[in-house]
Every structure is written in C-alpha cells, then in structure tokens.
Design a protein around this ligand. Structure first.
Ligand code: SF4
Length: 181
C-alpha cells in the first residue's frame, strides 16, 4: 500500500525530532493565549518578553515522538512548523528513504560535534554550540582538542542546518531568549 504524504511526514518527523530537541532551536514560540495551557502541559514557559513568549527546548514532551500531538493545547507553532526537508517531502521533491538518510547524516554530524563540546549544565545543544564557537578563549591548550578540526565539523553541521533544514543564524543570533529560571 502506498503511503500518503501525511503518513510519510509522520514517519520522517518521528525519526527526526530535531526541531523539538534543542538541536535546531533554543526555544519555541507560543501565542499569548497559549501560555497557561502550555504550562499545564508541563512546559517551562517564557513570559517576560512579549516578543519572545514561548518555551525552552529541549521540549520535555518529546519522548521519541510528540506526546501531546493530539491534545487541544498542542501549541500552534508546533502544529504549523515545517522545516525545509519536510516541505520537500510534502512537495514530493525528495523521497522518504532519502529524507530519512539525510536525517541520519545530520544526527551523525551532531554526535561528532556534541562529543567535542565542553561540559555544561545547559541541555540545549544549539546554545552550547553557539557558545563554543563564540568563545575565543576556548583554545587547544584549554580543551585538549584541535580547534581547527572542531571548527570544520561545526561548519559542516551549520551548512547542513542551512541547506537541509533551512535553519540559519545559529551563531550570533541576538533574538534568542535566555533559558528560563
Ligand atoms: S526538523 Fe523537520 S523533519 Fe525533523 S521533526 Fe522537525 S519538521 Fe520534522
């Protein structure tokens, strides 16, 4: 039986989850009317800056798949967000098998970069990566790693983020809200 586009999208997103897990984004936007409901769902809501209302990633409700997808309180942005890869799948300009391979490749590159990031209490990969790339003091002498090798791996990952997922400005993004206290 041939899978519908929606079924294929579901398979892809369940195998990926990168837009929920803090790898592509630091936080997810919420509408003002969604803030209380999101808190009831168990999300750590950011309220203080009107233009940056949302919740921190990694989303605690992603457990290999979204656990609140069917909830009436499922946030609007989660419902409507489509990365460039998902759009290509829905447009039928990439086959599911190839899209899944691309996601695996991205996850492999993330693992390689993750292994070179300094220890941190921040669970958000995107923020840790940006902090590492923006920290001039983090040198070979302090880390025991080859900074050029790390930079090359990080650049490859950022290029993939841009080309595959359509996500740019991981480094130097000034609009990111701080982690909620
Ligand atoms: S990053 Fe794209 S493919 Fe991955 S879960 Fe999000 S929308 Fe789906």
């Amino acid at each position: 039986m041939e899978l519908t586009n929606d079924s294929q999208a579901s398979i892809l997103c369940k195998s990926c989850g990168l837009c929920c897990t803090g790898h592509l984004f630091a936080w997810t936007k919420l509408r003002s009317a969604e803030l209380d409901n999101a808190e009831r769902l168990g999300l750590k809501v950011l309220r203080s800056i009107p233009s940056q209302r949302g919740f921190n990633q990694p989303c605690p409700l992603w457990k290999g798949q979204c656990t609140v997808y069917a909830s009436p309180d499922y946030p609007h942005f989660c419902h409507t967000y489509k990365c460039a890869l998902l759009k290509k799948l829905l447009d039928e300009t990439i086959a599911l098998r190839e899209a899944l391979r691309v996601v695996e490749d991205a996850k492999g590159k993330i693992c390689e970069v993750e292994a070179s990031l300094p220890d941190s209490t921040n669970p958000n990969f995107r923020e840790r990566l940006a902090a590492r790339l923006e920290d001039p003091a983090y040198s070979q002498e302090t880390s025991g790693q080859d900074p050029l090798e790390f930079r090359q791996k990080a650049d490859e990952l950022l290029a993939l983020y841009s080309k595959v997922f359509g996500v740019n400005d991981v480094v130097g993004a000034s609009s990111e809200p701080p982690i909620a206290q």
